[in-house]
Each structure stands twice: as structure tokens, then as C-alpha cells.
Design a protein around this ligand. Sequence first.
Ligand SMILES: [Fe+2]
Length: 471
Amino acid sequence: MVRAPTYPWQPGILTPATEFGPEPLSVLEGRIPAPLQGTFYRNGPGRLTRGHQRVGHWFDGDGAILAVHFREGVATGLLRYVQTAGYQAEEQAGRYLFANYGMTAPGSLWERIFGKNVKNCANTSILPLADRLLALWEGGAPHQLDRQSLQTWGLDLLGSLTPTTPYSAHPKRDPVTGEIYNFGVSLGWNGTLHLYRSAADGRIQKRSGVSLQGFPLIHDFVLAGPYLVFFIPPVRLNMLPLVLNQKSYSEALEWRPDLGTQILIIDRENFQVVRRAEAPAWFQWHFANGCVADERCIRVQFVRYSDFATNEYLREISTGNPITKAPSHLWEVELDVATGQLRQERPLTNRNCEFPVVPDAVAGRPWRYTYCSMKRSGADIVTEIDSVIGCYDQQTETWQEFDCGVGYYCMEPVYAPTEVEDYLINLIFNSHEQQSELWIFPAAHFTDGPCCRLKLPYIVPFGFHGKWARA
Ligand SMILES: [Fe+2]
């Protein structure tokens, strides 16, 4: 007997992804906007169980990529698991074999220290390049896939990496030059922040390393004019229980509020650290954007947590039964260019939100609108997931929102610019019909609701990040 879900959103996260397509998607409502010519890509943990085993954390699921190609008013969808070496070995074995963010696994001390027994999940984000698609993780090199068929071609070392060189899932692309900036944090008794600059084709042209105190967890950063800005939260890896195989990586991360949040401002041309400063303790996974607001001030928006309880909440999500409260709010800070110190900080909402997004065209530059996913006003922030698309307008300092409706759930909105009009695209889980849908909104008036709803042939479990790529 199949048990009814405790919460209506559970199948939208727990259902294993089914590979399908390419096949035309049926239109449930409205029309596909003619200007949309390109592809919507999305990555996330496709499966959270294998046989009777369950992953240790939501971050452990094997990457599954959804692509929806829009051509001449027709949407063609397909989904494929990224064929990583670890995924293929575990498929063959019918069980989990490798360590991961929330999982331990056998291996010699040497293998554990250097991550040789760890699976690259390729499950966090994607980066479309002109001739290929990168499936990004953060503990190793990206995988490269065919943009049309999603066939996995193998690891992509970008001309400079090794398979286990960390390369984060949050690269930033300069909207004018096309240069790609990224980072990675490597293991050791003290960590190293690796910095990368690639040409528009992905090939790394410049690398450098910055020594860190201990081994912090850094998930994202921002471009801000001529700077790369990092907020290093007070989370540190306790190496001993990790190498002794007593704890998983996630379990070995410790919240150390006494260390405060370290601010690093780096010259993006020469990768020199130009400012270091300290701020009160907080945690963030994601930034919205950054810019030089005037010659004395760097402005940064991000989603701020008061502590690291979010990590436990995200572990619990993979069981379908979260119990930990982890409030998250969009914040804005202003940094003094001369010192790096905080000049101002303020929450932009008291509503819980995540996945802040701005148009790629304003990355690192002054911008107006920040989109995100939010919880419904008054919702229980532990047992309800996001069901509202929000937008903060810096010019008017106001919010606009669209509530997807009771029983409909959303995650990160993806911004899709066209020559004619810009759109927001969001993967929706419709718990009434037990199906996944793709909703397309005109960005300028998204509060009016979607202009088109497409039906996906199977439930596509929620994951993390997506991108739009023009044809
Ligand atoms: Fe992320």
C-alpha cells in the first residue's frame, strides 16, 4: 500500500527523476511566447534513494538535467542523468559505493584525505557554453554534456584542472567580455581559495590561490565592478573525524560564530586581495549580485541566515520530514571600498526566501530587480516549501509577488531575456495533479501569472539551479 505523503510537496522532492524525451511538451494553458528561442536548463539531485538506501543529505543525489528546447513556438523536453563515473559504478552495483557531502564510505586514509573515494555528483548547477553544457558541482571538475541531447562527454578540465580540483557551481560571467570567474576551496589543514578566470569558451586563462584560516565552507561569491567579493562564513571543517571516517563532510562542519564572517575583496584583474575585514557571524549560501555603488561603496545582496541550521534543514528535506527552523532573508550590505568594513546592513524583507536571481546582463553592475523564491506569508517555514515568486525593486524599495496557489510549489526562477521581452521560467510541482509543470511569466508583469503552462511527462524533482541559453 502506498502511503499518502505527510506534506503535499514531498513527491516534488522525493520522486526519483525518470529519463525521458526528447519529446514535445503539451501546453496546459496559454501559448508559448514566440520570442523564446533557446533552451531552459536545470540541474538538481535526481534521485535520493538507491535500493533500500537513502542519501545522507539532499546534496548527495545524482545530478539529473532537465532541458526544454524552445524553437518556433514548440517546446521539446528531455531529462538525463549526468553519466559520472560514480553514477555508472553505482548503477551497476545497485547500491551506493562512494562518500559524499553527507555520506561516509570505505577507503584508505590516503584516499579519504585526497577525496579519491568521493563521488562527483554533478548535481548543483549548469553553465551553458557555445559548444557544450557544463554540469557543475563544487568539490571537483565540471562534466561536459551535449547541449542538445544532454549526452555526457566526460569531465571537462577547462585546460587547467585535475578531476578533483574544486570548481564551484556558481561561476560569474562578465556580461560585456564574456569572461568567466569562479573559485574552489581545496582541502587541507588550512584551506586554499582557488580563483579562476576563463575565456568565454571556458578555458582557464588565469589561476591564483589565497590561503584561508582553517577550512571554511564557501558556496558562492559575487562580481562587483572590478572586484570579486567573498563572505567567508564561520563554518569550519573538522578534518580529524572526516579522515578517520567517523563523520561525513557535512557532519564534520562546525558552526564557529566566534570567528565572525570574513570579508575578502579581491582585484579581479590580478587576483590580489585588496581588503580583508570582519563582520558579525552569519551564514549564506547564495548571493543575488554586487556592484560598486559609488567610488566609496560596494553594494551586495545575499540571502542571510543567522546560523548554520540551514544545513540540517536541507539534510532533513531529503527525508521529506524537516523539523529544523532555518529562517532566511534577503539582505543588503554596503562595504567601504577603502577598508572593506561594513558601512550599512539591512534586511530587505522579513519573509523567508532563497535562490536570489538577477538578469545575467547586470552581473557585477548596478541593477534594479532581484527575483527569488519565497514562502507564502504566514506559512510554517519548517513544513512548507516555497510557493511564491518574489521581486525586490531597489528603486522603489518595494516587493512584488506572485503566489503560485495552494498545492503548487516553486523554486529558483530562471531569467530568460529575449530581443522582444524578458521572461521568468519556473519549474512547478502541481500536487493536485501530481505532475511537474514549467510556468513561463513575462518578467515585467509576472504578478499577473504565467502566460504559458507546459506539462512535463514525469515529476522532475526539485533541485538547485538553472539557466536560460539563447539559441
Ligand atoms: Fe547554490
